[in-house]
Design a protein around this ligand. Structure first.
Ligand SMILES: [Zn+2]
Length: 293
């Protein structure tokens, strides 16, 4: 199987932005890390906080976002950061952050991805681990949303997403399939923003969230379309759902080869797929060992 080498940043870089849940100004610093380090977050606002490896074992449930936690210390809203790293194949990175959530930037991963490219990405002398999907796996929920993973006869990840919120939704039905690599990441997905419906924004504001953000900062969809804003592409919503998938799939901690078809999946189902892959991969590894013995 064709594999690539692990990669890290050529130098450290820092970005800042507003947190959607804490309404605070957040500094986030990305540092190069050695081989097999993986992605780890360190809370610099807490003394002696343990690094939190961005792995599915440390994922905790939060509504509509992805969070990781170790020993009661957590970081939330990590999915767009994880997607930018995964999209550009940056495997080893120490992330220092002075808040319990990652900044939301403009709701996309564009600024971060450009900052990573500016800093430069270097190859390391160790192969990146890959899990190649060998059998069809399906995860689904009560609402009829599902993700299916299938074997592919090429050493790549292909991701397809189908989105249809129904006739009453301001979001038109849309679907897209892409082979995922750093080029398609930068040109097709990184720019796509988080979207929320107008009524969801009102509910968020009542809870005190998003106070420093206006409709111009956030893609808010009303019955007539975006409010005080414009779509970057007609299918920006499905592209962002794919971005979220990539960020969540990155919690596996290795590359994935196969065809992934997602039907209205969100963060919880994305994580369930990763848990399923981890389970079946471990069992197929154990079987292979048994055969050798
Ligand atoms: Zn998102």
């Amino acid at each position: 199987m064709r594999t690539r080498n692990q990669r890290t940043l050529a130098r450290s870089l820092q970005c800042s932005g507003v947190g959607i849940f804490t309404n605070s100004d957040i500094k986030i610093r990305f540092c190069p890390a050695p081989e097999n380090h993986g992605i780890q977050f360190v809370r610099t606002d807490l003394s002696a906080a343990r690094p939190i490896p961005a792995l599915i074992e440390n994922a905790v449930f939060k509504q509509r976002r992805t969070a990781i936690e170790v020993d009661g210390t957590s970081v939330e809203m990590i999915e767009h950061v994880m997607a930018a790293l995964a999209g550009l194949q940056i495997d080893n990175c120490r992330i220092e952050i002075n808040a319990p959530e990652a900044p939301c930037f403009d709701g996309s991963a564009q600024e971060l991805s450009e900052a990573f490219l500016d800093a430069g990405i270097v190859e390391q002398p160790f192969p990146r681990q890959v899990i190649s999907i060998q059998q069809t796996l399906t995860v689904e929920n009560e609402a009829g949303c599902f993700i299916q993973a299938k074997p592919l006869n090429r050493s790549v990840m292909a991701l397809g997403y189908y989105l249809n919120y129904g006739d009453d939704s301001p979001v038109e039905p849309q679907c897209l399939t892409l082979e995922i690599n750093p080029d398609t990441w930068m040109n097709q997905l990184a720019f796509s923003r988080t979207f929320v419906l107008e009524e969801e924004v009102d509910a968020m504001r009542e809870l005190g969230f998003g106070q420093k953000l206006s409709a111009a900062d956030l893609l808010v969809l009303g019955p007539q379309g975006p409010i005080d804003n414009e779509l970057r592409t007609l299918d920006e919503c499905v592209r962002h759902k794919m971005l979220d998938c990539l960020g969540d799939f990155a919690l596996l901690g290795c590359d994935l080869h196969g065809y992934f078809c997602a039907h209205q999946s969100g963060h919880a189902l994305n994580r369930e797929m990763i848990r399923e892959i981890r389970k079946t991969h471990q069992s197929s590894e154990a079987k292979a060992n048994w055969k050798v013995a």
